[in-house]
Ligand binder design. Structure first.
Ligand code: SF4
Length: 281
């Protein structure tokens, strides 16, 4: 028997997740920022980190948004294949949750209905919804309000397969140097490797919702994550681009098989306002 879920149940869940994500940064991110304060050598960088941490604490206490840019609402759903939906359409229910969350939370509405006519939709819909089918009868929903400053620095390239790790590192460092302070560092860098162009970009985004302490399960890629993190933190960009040691808190790689002719690489930047929340129903 499939598990029946009415899509109406999702509406308040999505609304609450959005408000919580925008006002309440996850503990692992706060811990990483506090640890960075001890490692940062630049006085300007230290000041910037201290302000970032204080801002996060005030937002949590006062239940206000960590940043005025409450982003595009990116939503990941992992849907167990034994789930069957009732009620209005799934996408419509998700967007109703987004509408209610951004309205009730007094969160900035940043979405325009068309890339060229630039009319604001007024309620931050539509969400960018990614769905994956998993085993079982549970549904995991993760909301990731994604700020424009960091999102705009994302990049994609298809390298020659012979470029290998060196080619990837070169692309990562050039992109980060070009981005400088624009993605509001210290960043978390999501890297997608492999797949097709679209799937590679999806992997880079999905890499941002991995807990900070979690390394890639493959030791080869776990070591590469650390190599890239060290290299990013030697660029001198520093917190908020003020100069210093701590330009990135983490590098997360998600890899996937790909075509023999290609080495697709996608980069997705997350700013210090690294907001996401999940629930399993
Ligand atoms: S990049 Fe992040 S911290 Fe910077 S303005 Fe955008 S949401 Fe805020």
């Amino acid at each position: 028997m499939p598990r029946l879920i009415n899509t109406a149940e999702l509406v308040p869940l999505v609304a609450d997740l959005i408000i919580d994500a925008c006002c309440n940064i996850n503990d692992d991110n706060v811990t990483a920022l506090k640890e960075s304060l001890n490692k940062e050598e630049s006085p300007y960088g230290k000041d910037a980190l201290a302000m970032i941490i204080e801002n996060i604490c005030v937002a949590k206490k006062e239940k206000i948004a960590v940043c005025q840019d409450t982003g595009s609402c990116v939503i990941f759903m992992e849907i167990g294949q034994e789930v069957s939906w009732q009620g209005e359409g799934l996408v419509a229910a998700i967007n109703e949750g987004v509408r209610r969350g951004y309205t009730a939370g007094f969160l900035r509405k940043s979405i325009v209905r068309d890339p060229l006519d630039r009319i604001n939709t007024g309620d931050n819909t539509p969400a960018v919804l990614h769905t994956e089918i998993t085993g079982g009868s549970e549904v995991k929903i993760t909301v990731l309000p994604k700020g424009g400053g960091s999102e705009n620095m994302g990049a994609f390239t298809t390298l020659s397969p012979s470029a290998g790790k060196e080619g990837i590192q070169d692309f990562v460092l050039k992109t980060m140097l070009c981005a400088g302070g624009k993605p509001c560092p210290p960043v978390i860098l999501g890297i997608g490797l492999g797949g097709t162009m679209d799937y590679c970009a999806f992997l880079a985004k999905k890499a941002l919702i991995r807990p900070l302490a979690e390394r890639n399960k493959n030791p080869f890629y776990a070591e590469f994550e650390q190599t890239l993190l060290d290299a990013l933190n030697n660029l001198g960009i520093g917190p908020l681009g003020m100069g210093g040691r701590i330009s990135a808190l983490a590098v997360h790689i998600e890899q996937y098989p790909c075509h023999i002719t290609a080495l697709p690489v996608a980069l997705c930047f997350q700013c210090h306002a690294a907001r996401y929340k999940s629930i399993v129903i």
